[in-house]
Design a protein around this ligand. Sequence first.
Ligand code: ADP
Ligand code: UDP
Length: 256
Amino acid sequence: MSKSSMTYISSGKAKDIYETSNGNLLFEFTDRVTAFDGKKKAEYQEKGEITCRLAEYWFSILEAEGIPTHYINCPTPTSMLVRYLDIIPVEVIRRNYAAGSLLRRYDAGEVELPQGVEPEEGAPIPGGMIEFTTKFEAVDRPVDMKEILFNGWMSKEEIEYITGLTERINEILSCELNDAGIILADFKVEYGRTPDGKIILADEVGTPDGCRFWDKTEFENGTIKSLDKDVFRKGTGDLSIVYGELFERLQKQEEM
Ligand code: ADP
Ligand code: UDP
């Protein structure tokens, strides 16, 4: 399927989006990376291919485990065909450990940590926690159930449904990653509605753009070694090398 037979729709921060003649979407995973609401930007060789192949890897595993997703197939190493969805304007964040915006908001006095959780990067969150943020605003902001219901973004039953799916995704990813010596600290997922109103997993999942991955051995020795976009956010490493290492470790795990 050539791009000339498709309609260009838009470019997000990391992907270019096309519509196919039969109404599906084609994601072209680019080498672009952004952080801090688009203020920091760069391109890294092979990032597009690695994130596309990782998303494909996880979508296949999740589908096999019964999680409904928009994934169809990958016609090239950097592109993915997906079902067109009406995206729910709420991002879902699942945290196993304290990091990122949770700690920034705690420092600013905007959020309380679950009982017993230390206010430091790497502190475990017993039982984990789920947060919701806005999706289509200039800067994502946390939203609670009341605002989601008030705005009609989801019903109470739908919130419960996607919470359950996200918990299951967390279990599946955490288990696979653990076997590869990697901790899943947190991640973000998006959901959308099919024309018949069914809610399924959208966007990408399990990529280092949307998850925090920490090396387990280093963590047990008291150091956080990130295998994700934090190396770009914090300027602590070469993103291509780090993403490549993550991909190789998961590939090796798959071969075992
Ligand atoms: P962003 O700039 O939002 O981070 P990306 O570069 O990742 O975006 O581009 C993907 C865009 O496509 C996102 O806005 C996402 O919500 C949207 N999207 C993901 N899956 C689907 C789908 N199945 N149907 C319609 N839109 C989708
Ligand atoms: N995340 C994401 N897209 C967003 C916001 C967050 O993929 O727009 C991911 C992020 O990579 C991390 C998790 O969600 O794995 C939690 O992010 P957090 O709220 O801590 O914000 P951040 O520190 O990324 O600003």
